[in-house]
Design a protein around this ligand. Structure first.
Ligand code: PLP
Length: 359
């Protein structure tokens, strides 16, 4: 038995090929063909969003959002996310300003945002970590008061809704990742969501070189288009979504019950969550390392998400005090979680953890 932190859901090759045939019939494999349109329309309905633009990954949407909103200077973010959140800010020529996270929700600590705002602040780019929503209402009030924009890195949030609407509907722009390791995937892929019509329009041009027809250009653009091959994978995974979510929910409930001795992720009230990750938080890094080693010995490979904390990146020059994020990053371990992880695998993992910690 070898168990990784995640396992890509693969539809049968037949299911994929049947959908691919449509691309062969049309001899059309990219440039927003019918499969991308079909995927967008299915996802729009499934997610309950008013708009969606499919993209080739979940990182370019972050960069496009910063570009489209015309952000300059400082962008408030947290060091407890995947590297893409911070690297996108730096890539776009802006400076990330780190604010600490909430010790239980693990999202940006909204009570610490205002103290970090300066005359150079243009936006807040926060991650809904592990699909757990940020304090979106409070963040919206702060952004309005200080006239700054909001981007949410919602890479983990496929299927999450908060206070009765899709999490992708919050903020000026939200982004998602459809990478093979994520809950819903297209191999590589992603999506971008914006509420404002003019902004949607701008993002659309941005994602296709600025093309307005074959020979005219509207502004600067990049290539962030999803291909028909990616969309075909998404369409093949799509019918399995219920099963994927139910299978993950079962595994999460097992871990939750069996590992009550650990600090676990606290999902915000009024969240319809997606069971995307199952982290446990140790009292010390030594405890984590001991358990990681014991699990590795039996071929189980949990992952230290997110470690190291992003302020340690070589291109981050000035670091404020972020004790909670640093501590969490050193003591958090994400356990294997995917829809068909077996009962035997789950109990083997749990027993190994308990034995190692003498629980
Ligand atoms: C996966 C991920 C991304 C990047 O998405 P890609 O599709 O791999 O480009 C960005 N932010 C977070 C928080 C992620 O987990």
């Amino acid at each position: 038995m070898s168990v990784n932190v995640t396992k890509t859901f693969l539809p049968s090759q037949d299911e994929y090929t049947i959908i691919l045939e449509k691309a062969w019939e049309k001899e059309w494999i990219t440039n927003r063909g019918s499969l991308v349109h079909e995927l967008e329309s299915k996802l729009k309905k499934f997610l309950g969003v008013s708009n969606i633009l499919a993209t080739t990954n979940g990182t370019l949407p972050l960069q496009m959002a910063i570009k489209a909103l015309g952000l300059k200077g400082e962008i408030i973010t947290t060091p407890f996310s995947y590297v893409a959140t911070t690297s996108s800010i730096v890539w776009e020529g802006c400076t990330p300003v780190f604010v600490d996270i909430h010790p239980e929700y693990l999202t940006i600590d909204e009570t610490k945002i205002e103290a970090a705002i300066t005359s150079k602040t243009s936006a807040i780019l926060a991650t809904h970590v592990f699909g757990n929503p940020c304090a979106v209402k409070e963040i919206e009030s702060i952004a309005t008061k200080h006239n700054v924009k909001i981007i949410y890195d919602a890479a983990h949030c496929f299927g999450v809704s908060y206070k009765g609407k899709s999490i992708f509907e919050y903020g000026d722009v939200s982004t998602c990742s459809f990478h093979a390791t994520k809950l819903f995937h297209t191999g590589e892929g992603g999506a971008i969501f914006a509420n404002n019509k003019a902004l949607q329009n701008k993002l659309f041009y941005h994602h296709n070189f600025g093309h307005k027809g074959k020979e005219a250009f509207q502004g600067l653009g990049i290539n962030a288009k999803m291909s028909e091959l990616q969309a075909a994978m998404g369409l093949a995974v799509f019918p399995h979504l219920e099963k994927i979510i139910v299978g993950r929910k079962r595994a999460v409930q097992f871990y939750k019950n069996e590992l009550q001795g650990f600090k676990q992720l606290k999902v915000r009230n009024e969240t319809h969550w997606n069971y995307s990750y199952f982290p446990i938080i140790f009292e010390t890094e030594e405890g984590l390392l001991k358990v990681q080693k014991a699990l590795n010995t039996i071929d189980v490979f949990p992952r230290r998400y997110f470690y190291p904390s992003l302020e340690k990146l070589p291109y981050i020059l000035s670091v404020p005090s972020i004790p909670v994020a640093e501590n969490i990053s050193e003591t958090i371990l994400c356990l294997p979680l995917y829809h068909d992880i077996s009962e035997i695998e789950l109990s083997t993992i749990v027993n190994c953890i308990k034995k190692t910690m003498a629980l």
